[in-house]
Design a binder for this molecule. Structure first.
Ligand code: ZN
Length: 271
């Protein structure tokens, strides 16, 4: 599942190639994604210049003079740049052709992603309007997290994965950040001290930043035509390592189900 670092890496990969280019033509091969692709609306963008590509949480926003296109990669979506001559394969659902020879191709085998029209004020779109602060923004601090946790009986892992508290922290990075901060994932959020909230906020920032950095080096080529999705393997401390030794203390890592998601932690390093 693409998480915030993959989305940001995608943005950084495609933005320099497409920003300032004119959208020439849209090809929709499968409009039935998570929600129907508004093909008629997209076609009105032909002839317009792509002004910016920005990210909000795990959403990408393509700004045109008349408004914003909103895209989400869902469970298995990816974007890459291809030549316009390249025919679509089975899971290629949408192509945006730009002036010159470049095409932005959207591929999504499971079709849980989306492309939607978000108008001129995307921050008011229902998918974006309730999102909490960006984890990499100045707004997301230990003090903010401490305030959010007060009076919360639920576990801290669910709280940091709640997009209304902080947006874009998925399961992988929630596991990794809790390990880095030395916090047990099932600890009651409301019982964390201010200092531990500070450690956790900075761990969240740190794991995301290092994943983005790693993505930038691993995924240098968004123009490749091999059809591989834009995800990257990286060095993870706990996620996917249940039953294996902790990289810090060698104790066997514990794997549990928590809020319908896999949680892995070290019983010695995380308290
Ligand atoms: Zn350990």
């Amino acid at each position: 599942v693409p998480e915030l670092p993959e989305v940001e890496t995608t943005r950084r990969g495609i933005a320099p190639l497409l920003t300032g280019k004119t959208l020439v033509q849209i090809h929709s091969y499968q409009a039935s994604l998570r929600w129907p692709v508004p093909v008629d609306q997209l076609e009105t963008l032909a002839g317009q210049t792509l002004l910016t590509i920005t990210r909000r949480g795990k959403y990408l926003l393509f700004q045109f003079p008349t408004g914003y296109l909103l895209a989400h990669l869902g469970m298995s979506g990816s974007m890459r740049i291809t030549e316009q001559a390249e025919p679509p394969a089975a899971h290629d659902h949408l192509d945006l052709d730009f002036s010159g020879t470049l095409r932005l191709r959207y591929t999504d085998p499971r079709r849980f992603g989306c492309w939607l029209w978000a108008g001129e004020q995307p921050e008011t779109h229902p998918l974006l309007s309730k999102l909490g602060p960006e984890p990499l923004s100045a707004e997301f601090t230990g003090g903010y997290l401490y305030t959010c946790t007060r009076g919360r009986k639920g576990n801290i892992k669910a709280l940091i994965m709640n997009s209304q508290i902080v947006t874009g922290v998925g399961n992988i990075y929630a596991n990794e950040a809790l390990f880095m901060a030395g916090i047990r994932p099932n600890r009651a959020a409301g019982r964390l001290s201010r200092q531990r909230c500070q450690q956790l906020a900075s761990a969240i920032r740190s794991v995301l930043e290092s994943a983005i950095k790693q993505g930038g080096t691993t995924l240098r080529d968004f123009t490749g035509s091999d059809g591989k999705p834009g995800y990257f393997a990286q060095q993870l401390q706990v996620y996917g390592r249940g039953g294996q030794p902790c990289r810090n203390c060698q104790h066997v890592l514990t794997e549990i189900r928590q809020n319908q998601r896999t949680t892995v932690f070290c019983k010695l390093c995380q308290t």
